[in-house]
Design a binder for this molecule. Structure first.
Ligand SMILES: *Cc1c(COP(=O)(O)O)cnc(C)c1O
Length: 431
């Protein structure tokens, strides 16, 4: 299996090279050259399989033997050592909880899998790889946790000072070892800009092997398809048409779900639910892709004005709009609507959702107005504790702090303040 660049200038590469590079030299995202459907027997007997079995069958063709099978199995065993429960709210509605991992947002699986792959590929090399990542909150914690102690890998996390929650900051600044947090005086866009500048700076790339741990990296993106298969497994036969509503920012998660569908998972439709950052909902309305600067919202992990993985979704359907719109709808919601949905979930079902999950719920309900007989699943992508203040303000409930979070709150924050690209460069080259 080879991967090609969606900019079509760079040459095809193996899984290993795509993971190590992160992004192609022509700045395009990597995409698998072939998707082979799994046999119907896999889906018919999915209830009898373990999580590791399901994940192994789904990801094998993408890894294509570059990690030996027994090693890949034990990697998946470690990556998936927590639960992904599907909670039924009523006859037509269920929520897939993706927050039971170590950092309590859904990015743990992708971050852990990528860390394991890099660790494996690097096992006999003495050239260190530097993972450079900008975070608006959740990515940093998941990446720090996933890469902690991985041999031959050094991780630099750039985050905007004062713009992440206290819990998020603790998760990415307290681990030490091979993880360094750089506290940037500026916004998330400034952090991302510094990272992009480093990737284009020859002084740096000639002397350091850089890679990215954002969802552009195939090893972070592809394993997210497991979630949809785990949901399908737990649902059992309902006789109804299955639809997934996915709170979306960079569109990596939903795109991975659409890959699962291409692999043969029976399901009727996907809904990409966004906050007011509505580039994709607008595109689905008028077929004009018009990226904009991001707008801050209470579902801040989705504050993305130019979603990087949307090109992959278009590629999956050969950029044919009728085919795409047959499988995908996209709706946008503002903060007031999000808060109302949080209150509705609490009143109707006694379910406390975080703002991202609530946006997913809204997307599902809208679709079901016209498809009342469908079986809907929305994804709850973060534990409400990660958005403690919003939940408290909106629902008036105080949440108890889970042990994963309690643990980091007592550790000491260590971060290096920086305010310019030159400081980042100096750190990259001289430390
Ligand atoms: C990252 C994130 C999202 C958005 O996921 P994408 O794959 O970027 O679309 C949604 N919710 C939460 C809580 C996140 O951390």
């Amino acid at each position: 299996m080879k991967y090609y660049s969606l900019n079509h200038q760079a040459s095809r590469v193996s899984f290993k090279e795509a993971v190590i590079r992160g992004i192609a030299p022509d700045r395009g995202l990597y995409f698998p050259e072939k998707l082979t459907a799994l046999p119907p027997s896999f889906f018919n007997s999915i209830r009898s399989l373990s999580k590791t079995d399901i994940a192994f069958r789904a990801i094998s063709q993408f890894v294509a033997g570059e990690i030996p099978d027994p090693e890949l199995e034990s990697i998946l065993e470690r990556v998936l050592d927590f639960d992904f429960p599907l909670v039924k709210l009523d006859e037509h509605t269920a929520v897939l909880e993706l927050f039971h991992g170590p950092t309590m947002a859904f990015k743990d699986v992708g971050a852990r899998f990528m860390a394991e792959c890099l660790g494996y590929f690097n096992r006999n090399s003495d050239q260190e790889v530097t993972v450079l990542v900008a975070t608006s909150g959740d990515t940093g914690g998941a990446v720090a946790n996933g890469f902690l102690g991985v041999k031959g890998v050094r991780v630099l996390i750039l985050y905007p000072s004062g713009k992440v929650s206290e819990i998020q900051e603790r998760q990415l600044t307290t681990l030490g070892q091979n993880i360094t947090a750089l506290e940037v005086e500026g916004t998330f866009d400034d952090c991302q800009h510094m990272v992009k500048t480093a990737f284009l700076d020859q002084d740096v790339t000639e002397r350091r092997k850089l890679t990215s741990a954002n969802s552009i990296n195939i090893a972070r993106w592809l394993p997210q398809m497991f979630y949809f298969l785990f949901a399908y497994q737990q649902l059992g036969q309902s006789g109804k048409e299955l639809v997934f509503s996915v709170p979306s920012g960079n569109f990596g998660n939903i795109c991975a779900g659409m890959v699962a569908h291409k692999l043969g998972m029976p399901c009727r439709h996907f809904i990409a639910a966004t906050n007011v950052n509505d580039t994709v909902p607008k595109f689905m309305e008028n077929q004009v892709y018009d990226p904009k600067p991001s707008i801050s919202t209470i579902s801040n992990a989705m504050d993305v004005g130019n979603p990087s993985n949307f090109v992959r979704i278009r590629e999956l359907y050969d950029d044919k709009f009728p085919e795409l719109s047959n499988i995908l709808s996209s709706y946008s919601y503002n903060d007031a609507q999000t808060r109302t949905a949080m209150a509705e979930l609490q009143e109707k079902y006694g379910y406390v959702a975080d703002p991202h999950g609530a946006v997913g719920y809204l997307g599902l309900k809208k679709y079901q107005e016209e498809h009342p007989d469908s079986q809907g699943i929305f994804l709850e992508t973060a534990h409400p504790i990660k958005f403690l203040d919003v939940v408290k303000e909106t629902l008036g409930v105080a949440l108890s702090i889970p042990p994963q979070i309690e643990k980091v709150l007592h550790r000491e924050k260590v971060a290096l303040p920086i305010s310019s690209y030159d400081e980042l460069k100096d750190f990259l080259l001289n430390s």
